[in-house]
Design a protein. Structure first.
Length: 255
């Protein structure tokens, strides 16, 4: 019983500290905004942040649905192929939801936000980009849980939190809410990079890096265009979605 308790401590304590570090990465930005800028800026950021959570919740449903399969498939001989295929679908689903949300973003935000937070609309497209990045580390987090390496989960999140904190101090005074979003993006990119590299000792998963970068760049381009010409942005987004579905339709319907 004592040995079991020790193992539970070794497994659970890093997850507890991981939760604290995750909070620093995801929430502390609004406090830096309140300190460096104003409480109003923090409120606008918080309003925009809610739209990012739409992507996180949608992708989280897919993530939870395959966790059991991850445990069962880890000991299989073709596990690298399985995890690579799942990660590809994971990235594509997150990107697809992000493009669709960008398409309906302005009418949705206009309906959901009060006039008090109408200024948040200009930042919401970039929150969608952040939402895309927020979802990606969770795939690698499942691998850590499967191999019972919660220390890896903790270390990666601490690194992301540290990068975010430094970037908050550097970018928020100069770019305010935009700087806060950029700092958060850099924090999550740090988590993704660490986990991809560190998880190689367990699995040889195709990280789908080239196409992930292309999808990320396209999301950023559409997000930028929304604030300059919403109609051109919508047209470009529709074209991207059509090409996306045409290219990856077999990925979504394959077993």
């Amino acid at each position: 019983m004592e040995i079991l308790f020790i193992h539970l401590q070794q497994y659970g304590i890093p997850l507890s500290f991981n939760a604290i570090s995750a909070w620093v990465t995801s929430v502390s930005g609004r406090y830096f905004l309140a300190y460096f800028c104003s409480v109003a800026a923090s409120g606008i950021y918080s309003a925009a942040y809610k739209f990012m959570m739409i992507i996180v919740v949608l992708v989280d449903v897919f993530q939870k649905s395959w966790q059991i399969s991850a445990v069962q498939s880890y000991m299989d001989s073709d596990r690298n192929t399985f995890f690579s295929a799942v990660y590809k679908k994971f990235v594509l689903m997150a990107a697809f939801f992000s493009f669709v949300l960008l398409l309906i973003l302005v009418p949705l935000a206009s309906f959901a936000l009060s006039k008090t937070f109408s200024e948040a609309i200009q930042y919401i497209p970039f929150m969608v980009v952040l939402g895309f990045l927020v979802t990606l580390p969770s795939f690698w987090g499942v691998i850590y849980l499967v191999v019972k390496d919660t220390r890896g989960v903790f270390l990666s999140t601490v690194i992301g939190a540290a990068v975010s904190l430094v970037m908050f101090i550097v970018l928020i005074p100069a770019y305010e809410i935009g700087g806060c979003i950029m700092a958060s993006c850099l924090g999550y990119l740090s988590i993704i990079a660490y986990r991809i590299i560190d998880c190689r000792k367990y699995l040889k998963v195709d990280n789908f890096a080239g196409e992930t970068i292309i999808l990320l760049v396209l999301l950023i381009v559409v997000a930028c265009l929304i604030n300059y010409n919403i109609y051109f942005a919508a047209l470009l987004n529709v074209i991207i979605i059509i090409m996306f579905v045409k290219k990856y339709r077999y990925v979504f319907i394959s077993k």
